[in-house]
Design a protein around this ligand. Structure first.
Ligand SMILES: Nc1ncnc2c1ncn2[C@@H]1O[C@H](COP(=O)(O)OP(=O)(O)OP(=O)(O)O)[C@@H](O)[C@H]1O
Ligand SMILES: O=C(CO)[C@H](O)[C@H](O)COP(=O)(O)O
Length: 293
């Protein structure tokens, strides 16, 4: 937590929709003139694609291989914690990028599946914005969550998450249904142990729930649309949330528990803007005050 250098983290599994939510935040930042240093969680993988494939081949030669991009062995948890600590103390730190596609890689003159070199964050940013798998991770002595001022979980129900991952990995990353299915299966142990526990440390969770049949995600031909879904929004600490305002502003929303509001899928972006814009104003006000002291 830092008054001068706050951190916002969006955390979610692969295909959950964290990159999609990032675009909503970019819109809020643009409108309010907030400059953010953006961190993509994939840049804290431990291995490039080729090395990860070699490690997986070695691992799969043994019984019960559980190596995955969700767990500690394939990620730099310590370095991620160091970045969050450094940013909260100084507003600086080191970042890089993981280049997934040929298109992204071409811009850097590199191969897809490689990292750009580490480089310093730009100076003078108002906040750090993390989007990825491990914004609230805790493992052994590493505790990334403790440095984050606003922690948001993006967690579709699991069938929908798999449909979203299958479609994205097939359409933009060139994988087959079988390859994505194998990845989902291999990651299950780490999903339970390193992804799920994070959603008990977040301040707000957004859970998209489809209103159409997704009972076999492996044959779904399309991703359920926002209009075919509802979003369950749960606040860890509801005391400061103006629920009557949200219910009034978001047509067809309702409370399902004392700390939970449900909104139509198409209103998720509006809900995020209504909930987070005042929060970001407060973070920026607090930062200005702290810098002037
Ligand atoms: N609210 C939504 N409504 C409809 N489709 C969505 C929604 N959120 C995400 N998707 C779709 O799901 C797929 C995965 O989303 P996205 O790329 O944002 O996931 P991600 O969490 O960033 O995944 P990764 O961490 O693996 O990059 C995309 O095809 C995206 O268009
Ligand atoms: O889901 C992921 C992380 O969220 C990806 O599987 C991981 O980043 C590896 O990517 P690629 O298969 O493109 O090398």
């Amino acid at each position: 937590m830092s008054e001068r250098h706050p951190i916002i983290a969006i955390t979610g599994s692969s295909g959950a929709g964290t990159s999609t939510v990032q675009r909503t935040f970019e819109e809020i930042f643009r409108r309010d003139g907030v400059t953010a240093a953006v961190i993509e969680g994939d840049s804290f993988h431990a291995y490039d694609r080729r090395t990860m494939r070699e490690k997986l081949a070695e691992c799969e030669a043994q019984a019960a291989c559980q190596l995955s991009h969700f767990g500690p062995e394939a990620n730099l948890f310590r370095e991620l914690e160091n970045l969050f600590r450094a940013y909260s103390e100084t507003g600086g730190g080191m970042r890089r990028k993981y280049l997934h596609s040929a298109e992204e890689a071409e811009a850097y003159g590199q191969e897809p599946g490689t990292f750009t070199p580490w480089g310093e964050l730009p100076t003078g940013t108002d906040l750090l914005f993390y989007e990825g798998l491990h914004g609230a991770v805790k493992h052994e002595e590493v505790d990334v969550a403790r440095f984050v001022d606003l922690l948001i979980g993006v967690v579709p129900v699991v069938n929908l998450e798999w449909i979203q991952k299958l479609h994205r990995d097939k359409s933009t990353r060139g994988y087959s249904t079988e390859a994505v299915t194998d990845t989902i299966l291999r990651r299950m142990h780490d999903y339970v142990h390193y992804i799920c526990p994070q959603f008990a440390r977040t301040h707000v969770n957004f859970q998209r729930v489809p209103m159409v049949d997704t009972s076999n995600p492996f044959i779904a031909r399309s991703i359920p649309t926002p209009d075919e879904s509802m979003v369950v929004i749960r606040f860890a600490n509801p005391r400061s949330i103006d629920f009557p305002y949200l219910l009034n502003m978001i047509h067809n929303s309702f409370m399902s528990r004392a700390n939970t509001i449900v909104v139509p899928g198409g209103k998720m972006e509006l809900a995020m803007q209504l909930i987070f814009t005042p929060f970001i104003w407060r973070l920026i006000e607090r930062r200005k005050k702290a810098l002037n002291q």
